[in-house]
Design a protein around this ligand. Structure first.
Ligand SMILES: Cc1cc2nc3c(=O)[nH]c(=O)nc-3n(C[C@H](O)[C@H](O)[C@H](O)COP(=O)(O)OP(=O)(O)OC[C@H]3O[C@@H](n4cnc5c(N)ncnc54)[C@H](O)[C@@H]3O)c2cc1C
Length: 450
């Protein structure tokens, strides 16, 4: 087997295939480490820890504490991040260099459905797994390219806190970075086309976060249309329509966080007859492309852009390429976490999806501003929401916007894995006072409704 790309999806695929007895070559043009470690999950979560602590220190008085003049030093924050990332990357590079694989550090492109050009060599294999990830997509906003902008890669390298920044977009990457810069002292403006931030999810999950952003001093514009960008000697100005009027925002830096696209340009997929649709490689639930011995996993198939899903897809493809029985990707427990404050976490179906797919459901929510533990903690933004089947009370979706959402969601993942119902949830013991016990309130409401 040849695995193209040694990031999260590719490494998982290679490891699984090798453990099942396949002879595996991994081709990666480098830098080795993958997006999650080098420029994605890990660097962003490391720096967010600094801005979260700073934001808490700023609230010292509320907790009867004194902490005069706390401030952020972006170069020290990034030094800490770089130290950790170097460690994570070295470990991954060690794994890729394990002699159980053949690692080839070259660009890969197909010559035919069975041949891959790798530098000066041609590799052939029984199966190929494409795991080349994603790259930042370009958006045709007039004047944007000419004015200059940074992407999530660039802002992770800044050494000085920018005076001001406009963030274009309001997906997970955009909102996490917007809150980071806002909290370390950058005047931050977020401009989003959809009517609310994090627009893939339900609107009620976005509202508490938008409120918190505004309370922290961020300007948030939703429901906009970008018109053009102009550059002056020191600043950049973004013009957009908002509530029927033309408006503008000016800042030193623009962070273009409008989205990513599958990384397929160099693969010469047409030589392998692999079909693409709107720039992404189409796969079925077995992770197979239209060419049965070629699979595509992780960001390159454009389905989720989430690491644990990339890993699961890699393992499924490796299993299906080496074993007789077939494994399929099950999206019932699809999960997402956005590491803002308050964080946002979801598993299973949203109300939006239920409505779109005509799936009947009952829903109930409970607010953190009426819950003992969150009041003790002073973390009262947000709520939890449960969706269950009106027939038998099986939980089909769980959502949290509020403290520790990324940790708390796993209680619901476990329950849903075993097809737990709201009746099961109210029977489970919950320690008092904990954040987790908040779930029992919407569950009780749903039991009554049922
Ligand atoms: C700022 C940011 C924050 C994020 N935070 C989170 C988070 O908190 N949680 C989460 O779940 N997800 C997060 N993500 C998304 C996550 O990082 C990705 O979904 C995941 O890393 C994708 O893994 P992959 O294996 O598909 O691709 P990658 O890790 O990008 O691996 C692709 C590999 O393919 C190689 N390659 C590419 N083209 C070729 C070629 N032609 N020949 C040879 N090699 C090639 C590359 O060198 C690379 O090593 C974040 C993303 C960003 C940008």
């Amino acid at each position: 087997m040849v695995v193209i790309g040694g990031g999260s999806a590719g490494y998982a695929a290679a490891n699984k295939a090798q453990s099942k007895g396949a002879k595996v070559a991994i081709v990666d043009k480098g830098p080795l480490g993958g997006l999650c470690i080098l420029r994605g999950c890990m660097p962003t979560k490391t720096i967010l820890r600094s801005s979260d602590i700073l934001a808490l220190i700023h609230r010292a008085k509320e907790f009867g504490l004194s902490a005069p003049n706390p401030s952020a030093d972006l170069s020290l924050i990034n030094d800490r991040k770089n130290r950790l990332i170097d460690e994570f990357a070295s470990y991954r590079i060690e794994q890729l260099n394990d002699p159980k694989f053949t690692l080839i550090e070259e660009n890969a492109s197909f010559l035919s459905p069975h041949e891959l050009k790798v530098g000066e060599r041609v590799l052939s294999a029984k199966n190929f797994i494409i795991a080349t990830g994603s790259k930042i997509a370009e958006f045709p906003v007039p004047g944007l390219a000419e004015s200059g902008f940074l992407t999530s890669d660039g802002v992770l390298e800044l050494r000085q806190t920018p005076e001001s920044m406009i963030i274009l977009g309001a997906g997970p990457v955009a909102v996490e970075l917007a809150q980071f810069f806002c909290r370390i002292g950058t005047q931050t403006t977020l401009i989003q086309r959809s009517d609310y931030i994090l627009s893939k999810g339900d609107v009620d999950l976005a509202v508490p976060l938008e409120t918190r952003f505004r309370e922290e001093g961020m300007k948030v514009y939703t429901g906009t249309k970008l018109l053009r960008v102009e550059k002056s000697e020191y600043n950049r100005t973004v013009f957009f329509t908002h509530e029927g009027e033309e408006k503008s925002a000016t800042a030193k830096i623009i962070l273009q966080a409008l989205g990513r696209k599958p990384n397929i340009d160099e693969l010469n997929l047409s030589a392998a007859s692999v079909k693409t649709n709107k720039g992404r490689i189409e796969v079925d639930e077995e992770m197979r492309t239209n060419v049965p011995h070629i699979y595509a996993v992780g960001d390159v198939n454009g389905l989720y852009e989430i690491v644990h899903i990339a890993i699961e897809q890699g393992e499924i493809a490796a299993h299906n390429a080496t074993q007789k029985d077939i494994r399929r990707f099950d999206k019932r427990l699809k999960m997402s976490v956005i590491f803002t404050e308050p964080p946002v976490a979801s598993v299973g179906l949203s109300e939006k999806e239920c409505e779109l797919l005509n799936i009947p459901y009952l829903a109930a929510s409970y607010s953190f501003n009426d819950h003992g533990k969150s009041l003790c903690m002073g973390e009262t933004h947000g709520h939890v929401k449960l969706l269950c089947s009106p027939e038998n009370g099986e939980i089909i979706g769980a959502h949290i916007v509020g403290p520790e959402a990324g940790e708390m969601i796993h209680q619901m993942v476990t329950l849903m894995h075993y097809r737990g119902t709201v009746h099961d949830l109210i029977k489970l013991p919950h320690y008092h006072p904990t954040l987790s016990e908040i779930f029992t309130y919407p569950a009780e409401e749903l039991v009554e409704k049922l």
